[in-house]
Design a binder for this molecule. Structure first.
Ligand code: S3P
Length: 424
């Protein structure tokens, strides 16, 4: 697909689609609760539709209406039914990993699998702690990859777990299994990761304790159906934050963006780079306004990384236009995302003229490099595809041709239309 290039003066107000992490979890908790859950501003994108599909196969009635999704809860883990076929999650890591926790204590067997990307992503980071809790899990050729077979009929026990990786998906899978175990589970995180599962447990009437890097949860809790209002996804907003900062003479306003502090690392980085950004926050969400800015390079590392892990590709683009050098480190997790994002960002932006070096755990980016036309690929990764379209807007000469552009539908189906609307 030919991308839009060479833009100036982009102005507009955008409401980004619903948060992906929260949309997945609202289906999961809605399914496990007693009674009806109504979800507003649900993300109608491929990943979250995979979660709906999987729960329908597990016997949960889910209605997709015009302005909401209604989930008819089955009243607990034991209410889920044996699926008649393998459970296919498409490209969605959150679906497969959280599902492993949800089905770890089921009475039936289930096979979970997904697309080529999913089959290359590590599942043993989830199966290992779940096996310690009593689950029986087989991964393909015993190598830790999908397809994953969960054997039914195991009683789970609680666990004290020291997380070897900073991953909300692993933490959440353990929490779902812990809800089916007797006693208290204690998880100690390496760094604080997004806490949407913890927030949802509270919203649906359960009890969970978060203190610093420690999370404590007791098993056998009951959940009640709720009204869930999904805020806009800050990870989707990030592309328009970058657009507003980088395209000359631009100003963009993003409304109803989720501002959970475990997710707002990008805002801290933009401020530290000297970007003109203002935010007006209410309880869960807020408005973000950005204007074209001169940015300064910086080092991004440590506890900040999990708070912006999905935004690193677009932050790398910001760095290519900033004054001086930007160093991203402690981000080896990027290698096991939808694609190896360290390699993908370095290769594709270099094709467009960026001065960027991949490292073992991040990137080194030298700024103020003009970008030019090139033939690039998303590698089937939605966030790489969207980052490359924002990069293309800065290209003055030549065309940018993007392979596998359709990947953006994983989290932002009308992304290209929104870009066009800013131009129109
Ligand atoms: C997610 C957690 C993160 C993130 C992913 C969504 C979640 O993955 O990158 O896009 O919803 O829990 P990891 O848990 O692998 O860090």
């Amino acid at each position: 697909m030919k991308l839009i290039t060479n833009q100036t003066g982009l102005k507009g107000i955008i409401e980004v689609p619903g948060d992906k992490s929260i949309s997945h979890r609202s289906i999961m908790f809605g399914a496990l609760a007693e009674g009806k859950t109504r979800i507003h501003h649900f993300l109608e994108a491929e990943d979250c539709l995979s979660t709906i599909d999987v729960f329908q196969k597990l016997g949960v009635k889910i209605e997709r209406l015009d302005s909401e999704v209604v989930v008819h809860g089955v009243g607990g883990f034991q209410g889920l039914k044996r699926p008649m076929s393998d459970l296919y999650v498409g490209n969605s890591g959150t679906t497969i990993r959280l599902l492993m926790g949800i089905l770890a204590g089921a009475s039936f067997d289930a096979v979970l699998t997904g697309d080529d990307s999913i089959q290359k992503r590590p599942m043993n980071r989830v199966s290992k702690p779940l096996e310690q809790m009593g689950a029986r899990i087989e991964t393909k050729d015993n190598a830790g990859f999908a397809p994953v077979r969960l054997h039914g009929g195991n009683q789970l026990s609680s666990i004290h777990y020291e997380m070897p990786v900073a991953s909300a998906q692993v933490k959440s899978a353990i929490l779902f299994a812990a809800l089916q175990a007797d006693g208290e589970t204690v998880i100690h995180e390496k760094e604080k990761t997004r806490n949407h599962t913890e927030e949802m447990i509270r919203l649906f009437g359960g009890e969970i304790h978060e203190e610093g890097l420690t999370v404590r949860l007791s098993g056998n809790q009951r959940f009640t159906g709720q009204e869930v209002l999904v805020p806009g996804d800050i990870s989707s907003a990030a592309f328009f934050i970058a657009l507003g900062l980088l395209v000359p003479d631009s100003s963009v306003c993003l409304t109803n963006v989720g501002l959970n502090p475990t997710r707002t690392g990008i805002l801290d980085v933009v401020e530290a780079m000297g970007g003109k950004l203002t935010k007006e926050a209410s309880t869960f969400s807020g408005t973000i306004q950005v204007e074209t800015s001169n940015l300064q390079g910086m080092t991004i590392e440590g506890a900040l990384i999990p708070r912006l892990i999905d935004e690193l590709p677009i932050i790398a683009l910001l760095a290519t236009q900033a004054e001086g050098e930007t160093i991203i480190r402690d981000a080896e997790e990027l290698k096991v995302k939808e694609t190896n994002r360290i390699d993908a960002v370095a290769k594709e932006l270099a094709k467009m003229g960026a001065d960027i070096t991949p490292t073992e755990d991040g990137l080194i980016i030298r700024g103020k490099t003009p970008l030019h036309g090139a033939k690039v690929t998303s590698y089937g990764d939605h966030r790489i595809g969207m980052m490359l379209q924002i990069a293309a807007l800065l290209v003055k000469e030549g065309e940018v041709e993007l392979e596998k552009a359709e990947a953006v539908a994983v989290s932002y189906p009308n992304f290209f239309e929104v870009i066009k609307s800013l131009i129109g």
